[in-house]
Design a protein around this ligand. Structure first.
Ligand code: NAD
Length: 526
């Protein structure tokens, strides 16, 4: 076993878990359906010892998983894809119950995951297959250079509640395709969907024992950080800081996908119907609980009145509530009560400081946890709703003089996850290229997440690292450079013993190869 692995297992467990308080015996998470408030399940909390045991168990099977190669792993992941496609309704039912999403918002998860399995299955050889590299100098002509990509043995994934499968399994898929074993700690608000997939992997698919989950709150997440070799965290920047600090104790690398405050810029020459419909969908889909939700909108003056009228009309007619299997509603519940409190705080802060709600603006009386789809105007950057992540069905709209002012305000944020620009194609593209964020859409919203061909990662306090594309699988690997001697005698000229003649000859050859002018090449200068 390699030394990095040994440090993370066995006797190190006690020391590294010292920071984590043992979970209460018999502690359990109560899972409620946010659409009704009803209790739907009770899930036991895993102790730090159970986390360590789980990691050690999958670690023991990882070498075999790595050894079956890219194609072998794709065969297993294809079985998972087929299971997801065959059990879509079952998976969506569970997820809908624990999140309070409307059916349409829940239904996108299994198909995205099937697409992701196919994407990385077909691209893995290109992205992480062995590379042959030509030496940069003839002095290394006797060497063959290769780079192999070897997985971090165990990847720990800590995920949020807004997309319980996409943001857990969606990271497990590239990690497993890369050859890592994976342990996921789902959000305590939404532990059921992922647990169902893990159970199916074990019992219905019969997959190798390299994929598991542990349940609990932050403490369980912290214990997982202590045990694994790489941490993939998705959640708030507040928790991201804690995860990174904890990982620093064991020098464990992290990838952080954090919050956003995505701007949308509407130029005067935009198709205003398309822009307004996009803002309504991009701001209200999943009740605005998307890291890339449209949260703030800057509209060039000539288009402002018309855009605001169209947006308000589009948002006002959205149907809110629980739609079961029926696709009859557009806006579902708030999944976490903590988040509803934040949304309420941002909206009341804006209203108290001169902002105006053209539609919505308040919590909906129960049962269930709902906040009205809300359009705010007369807002500015002194207000929380334009600066901090709201993560609810709320957009703030500001009138701007021109594209320059829009860009200045769009970039005036500690976040930089993604954004969008609407306008005449070429002008909108020019403006989009100046938005400071990891992914920008021209005349569309949110669609960059489906474009898994290109990487996506947050700038500024929106994260460290990437999902999707080549970096989205390479991050789960360590490079191992292999330098192979093709031919050579009993000793190299640079080895012992040193002699004046041999050393002089080496220096002259090195000088000749490194010099870029003839005099130096011939040793006539310096
Ligand atoms: P959160 O930060 O509260 O929790 C995320 C996860 O971290 C949960 O599983 C939680 O139990 C765990 N956790 C909490 N404290 C911990 C600790 N000290 N150590 C280890 N783990 C700990 O986030 P949330 O409320 O579940 O999710 C909403 C946030 O996620 C928003 O900020 C949103 O923008 C962000 N998000 C980002 C992306 C992205 O791709 N950038 C995607 C979705 C959501």
């Amino acid at each position: 076993m390699e030394s990095g692995t040994a440090e993370k297992s066995g006797e190190a467990t006690g020391a590294s878990n010292g920071a984590a308080r043992a979970a209460e015996p018999d502690a359990a998470i109560e899972v409620h359906n946010p659409a009704t408030g009803g209790l739907i399940a009770t899930v036991p909390v895993d102790s730090p010892e159970k986390v360590a045991e789980t990691v050690a168990r999958v670690r023991a099977n990882q070498a075999e998983w790595e050894a079956i190669g890219i194609e072998g792993r794709y065969r297993w992941l294809s079985k998972l894809r087929d299971w997801l496609l065959d059990n879509t309704d079952r998976v969506i039912d569970t997820m809908q119950a624990e999140t309070g999403k409307v059916r349409a918002d829940a239904s996108g998860e299994p198909v995205y995951l099937a697409d992701l399995i196919n994407f990385y299955g077909s691209k893995a050889a290109q992205f992480i297959g062995e590379e042959a590299v030509r030496p940069h100098t003839p002095l290394l002509a006797a060497k063959k250079l290769r780079v192999q990509y070897r997985p971090h043995p165990v990847v720990g994934i800590i995920s949020p509640w807004n997309f319980p499968l996409i943001l857990a399994l969606g990271d497990a898929i590239p990690a497993m395709q890369a050859g890592a074993a994976v342990v996921v700690k789902p959000s305590e608000f939404t532990p059921l969907g992922l647990a169902e997939v893990v159970k199916a992997w074990k019992e219905e698919i019969g997959g190798p024992d390299v994929f598991d989950c542990v349940q609990g709150i932050g403490e369980t997440g912290g214990a997982l950080v202590d045990e694994v070799d790489f941490v993939q965290f998705t959640g708030s920047d507040r928790t991201g800081r804690k995860v990174m600090a904890r990982a620093a104790e064991t020098l464990t690398p992290v990838s952080l996908e954090l919050g956003g405050k995505d701007p949308m810029i509407v130029l005067a020459d935009a198709d205003l119907d398309r822009a307004a419909n996009a803002a309504a969908w991009g701001g209200m889909m999943n009740s605005g609980q998307i890291c890339m939700s449209v949260e703030r909108i800057y509209v060039e003056e000539p288009a402002y009145d018309s855009f605001v009228a169209k947006l308000t009309a589009a948002v006002a007619e959205l149907r809110q509530g629980a739609d079961g299997k029926g696709f009859g509603k557009e806006v579902g519940a708030m999944t976490s009560p903590n988040q509803t409190a934040i949304v309420e705080d941002h909206v009341s802060d804006a209203l108290a400081s001169g902002g105006k709600a053209l539609t919505g603006g308040k919590r909906v009386p129960g049962p269930g946890d709902y906040f009205e789809p809300t359009v705010l105007v007369d807002v500015d950057h002194s207000m929380k709703v334009m600066r901090d992540e709201t993560f609810g069905p709320v957009v703030g709209v500001m009138k701007v003089r021109d594209a320059e002012e829009a860009l200045q305000l769009a970039n005036d944020s500690r976040y930089g996850l993604s954004g969008s620009v609407f306008g005449e194609k070429e002008r909108a593209e020019r403006v989009a290229r100046r938005v400071e964020c990891g992914a920008v859409n021209v005349n569309d919203v949110l669609v960059n997440y489906a474009a898994m061909d290109v990487p996506m990662g947050g700038w500024k306090q929106s994260g460290i690292g990437y999902r999707h594309g080549e970096p989205g699988i390479k991050k789960y690997c360590r490079t191992e450079s292999v330098v192979i001697t093709r031919f050579g005698g009993k000793r190299e000229a640079t080895w012992f013993p040193y002699t004046k003649t041999r050393r002089g000859m080496i220096d002259r050859i090195a000088q000749a190869f490194n010099a870029r002018d003839l005099k130096r090449r011939l040793g006539l200068r310096g």
